[in-house]
Design a binder for this molecule. Structure first.
Ligand SMILES: [Zn+2]
Length: 339
């Protein structure tokens, strides 16, 4: 075809004008489409739940691309005084982790209600954890160890180890780079005892939510403030700290009236500051806000180390090995924390 003929030129000019017009229209409409797409995407991200069990694969991909963090609430079904629900440990860690996931990104796993603890068998009688720990206050009445109503969570260390190890392996395989595991004291302590080997085995970074951080990334000042003002996440047993957190997250489930009003009588198997005198929803809220800020900072720093490299291998390995000494010091200093 000869495009230089006058007729063809006119036709081509008309075509060009039409194409330009169409191009302009496309640009204009393209802008508005992409704007509205972006808005829709923002809205969709806000509406995507953070709970693992609620995500479709599409939601999962969105969340893990945003922040490859898995939160593992370490729960129990354990006596927490006459005033708190038996599932208090997992409920506190789950709720805190949900807040954290909405702040930082990531996905919250279902509560793992099985956990290790101190155990003693005498004939047919078996006692676990708080069955032994009936009063902590000097001068209070100590009672004979007894089976506390409702506790049903215990598994041997080796089994718990397998459950957590396999969970971390599966989560790493699914694409997670950071695991935050926290809750029931003995479960959290088990994670702290093995974090380094699991990091090396599965190329992930492992965190708990206690104030002192296992790899010593936390600053001394915030740790001291948290200890001084009771601003930790699950740092006693149904005392001021846990009762306050439950009052903040689940006010309708806390039954203070089921504790004796006589503060000379220490509540059975409660450890920490007297919840009747010191616990409040406001105290719980202060702890949550303080720890949300601290954990958000820690996890954002960890994400920055991991996200630029798609595998994150060198970043996470480096972080793990350079801080092992501080973690051991921190683990040794941990004895008083219960959860
Ligand atoms: Zn607890």
């Amino acid at each position: 075809m000869n495009i230089s003929s006058p007729n063809n030129l006119t036709l081509n000019k008309a075509k060009l004008n039409l194409i330009s017009l169409l191009f302009l229209l496309t640009l204009i409409s393209g802008c508005s489409v992409s704007d509205s797409d972006e808005n829709q995407e923002d809205r969709a991200q806000e509406e995507i739940p953070v709970e693992y069990i609620m995500l479709t694969p599409t939601d999962f991909r969105t969340r893990i691309a945003e922040a490859p963090i898995a939160y593992l609430p370490l729960g129990t079904l354990e006596w927490h005084g006459e005033h708190l629900p038996l599932g208090s440990d997992g409920m506190q860690s789950f709720s805190f982790m949900k807040d954290l996931a909405y702040e930082v990104g990531g996905i919250v796993l279902p509560m793992l209600y099985l956990g290790p603890d101190m155990m003693m068998a005498e004939g047919e009688k078996e006692l676990y954890g708080m069955d032994f720990w009936l009063s902590l206050e000097e001068g209070r009445t100590y009672m004979t160890p007894q089976q506390l109503d409702g506790s049903a969570y215990w598994v041997p260390d080796e089994l718990f180890h397998q459950i957590v190890e396999q969970s971390i392996k599966q989560l790493a395989r699914a694409g997670f780079k950071i695991i935050v595991a926290h809750g029931h004291g003995p479960s959290t302590r088990h994670v702290i005892a093995h974090w380094k080997e699991w990091e090396e085995m599965y190329d992930v970074l492992i965190y708990t939510c206690w104030s002192w951080n296992i790899r010593g990334e936390n600053d001394q000042e915030s740790s001291e403030k948290s200890n001084r003002e009771g601003l930790g996440i699950m740092t006693d047993h149904a005392g001021m700290n846990e009762t306050s957190l439950m009052m903040y997250y689940y006010p309708d489930l806390v039954k203070m009236e089921q504790l004796s009003p006589d503060t000379a009588l220490w509540p059975l198997a409660v450890a920490g500051k007297d919840p009747r005198l010191f616990a409040s929803a406001e105290q719980g809220q202060s702890a949550v806000e303080f720890q949300l800020e601290r954990m958000t900072k820690l996890l954002r720093e960890a994400l920055q180390r991991i996200l630029p490299a798609s595998t994150g291998t060198s970043a996470s390995k480096g972080a793990a090995s350079s801080t092992s000494e501080t973690s051991e010091t921190a683990a040794a200093a941990k004895a008083a924390t219960t959860g």
